[in-house]
Design a protein around this ligand. Structure first.
Ligand SMILES: [Zn+2]
Length: 311
């Protein structure tokens, strides 16, 4: 189970991701069991209770995924294409397939969202929050992906009517790609340690990949951020031992950025398409990686130099 705090802030976390994911999974498994046997009035009632416990208003059972959404059908449809496209792209990148439909739960988080007001025919955005109540943006494990989403904002008009709005589905594309990468890595059979598990998921989230190869020119923003971190943070020994803290320490955000840069460095160094490169990197002996301390640091210096000369 990978639980992903917000990538750039210092979030507070609570340890309840595991329990709720299991609930969503149970709904899917129960539904499958019902399909195989005959649903009795009692069992369908339990499925309904579980489905409602997710806060879902719309449940879509697509060919490749089940989507539990807190929104109405119209708004939920926005997500169908996004999930289909990203699932296909990420699974292709990892060269994996799955017989079982992915379970995707769009889970409401009251802290997230956009708040707007309207006066004199002008709309004013009062605030935009991408923060969640416990600092977790997404979770993934065992064919289940949870993405935190914003509630609808109800904006009163001067004449007493209201309009509603929220983020578009595209706002969650990065988080979705990140969590799908965890699912795909598990399907590929990778059992990685934290630096590589999060490193590869952030690579998929943050770095453009064309024809199976990372596009590193011009340097992606995530690598520029890694290169800008103080040089003393570039310790492979520390990075290889890193584990996400719950609640997270101040250091976790930096470690994620460094893990992304190390994964990108090792994948690019293999010079083969992403899937094959990942398998090779996952098989690398820890001592081989530690021996690359100087090369990795020079690679980061080159990125820092390239980004300081490019406007
Ligand atoms: Zn992750």
């Amino acid at each position: 189970m990978a639980r992903d705090p917000m990538r750039t802030r210092d979030p507070r976390l609570e340890n309840h991701g595991e329990r709720t994911v299991t609930a969503a999974r149970t709904v899917a498994l129960t539904a499958l069991a019902l399909g195989a046997a005959c649903a009795s009035p009692g069992s369908i009632g339990r499925v309904d209770q579980l489905a409602r416990a997710t806060g879902a208003r719309t449940v879509l059972l697509e060919e490749h995924f089940s989507l539990y959404s807190p929104y109405d059908l119209l708004r939920t449809r926005e997500y169908v294409e996004l999930v289909e496209t990203q699932r296909a792209a990420v699974f292709e990148l990892f060269g994996v397939q799955s017989e079982e439909p992915l379970v995707l739960w769009l889970r409401l988080d009251e802290r997230m969202g956009v708040h707007a007001s309207i006066t004199d025919d002008r709309m004013r955005i009062e605030s935009v929050s991408l923060e969640t109540h416990d600092g977790i943006l997404g979770e993934a494990g065992d064919g289940v992906v949870v993405v935190r989403v914003a509630p609808l904002d109800v904006i009163p008009l001067p004449d007493g009517r209201t309009i509603t709005g929220t983020f578009g589905a595209g706002m969650y594309e990065d988080t979705l790609r990140h969590e799908l990468a965890h699912v795909a890595a598990a399907l590929l059979g990778l059992r990685e340690r934290a630096w590589l598990a999060e490193g590869l998921a952030h690579v998929v989230e943050w770095i453009p990949i064309e024809d199976g190869h990372l596009r590193l020119d011009p340097p992606p923003e995530a690598l520029k951020r890694a290169a800008r971190l103080p040089r003393e943070t570039r310790s492979l020994e520390d990075l290889l031992d890193w584990k996400q803290h719950f609640p997270p320490s101040d250091d976790d955000g930096a470690k994620r950025i460094l893990a992304c840069s190390l994964t990108a460095f090792l994948v690019a160094r293999e010079g083969v398409p992403f899937r094959e490169a990942l398998l090779r990197v996952a098989a690398l002996d820890e001592r081989r990686i530690l021996a690359l301390q100087g090369d990795w640091s020079e690679w980061l210096d080159a990125i820092a130099k390239a980004s300081s000369t490019v406007p």
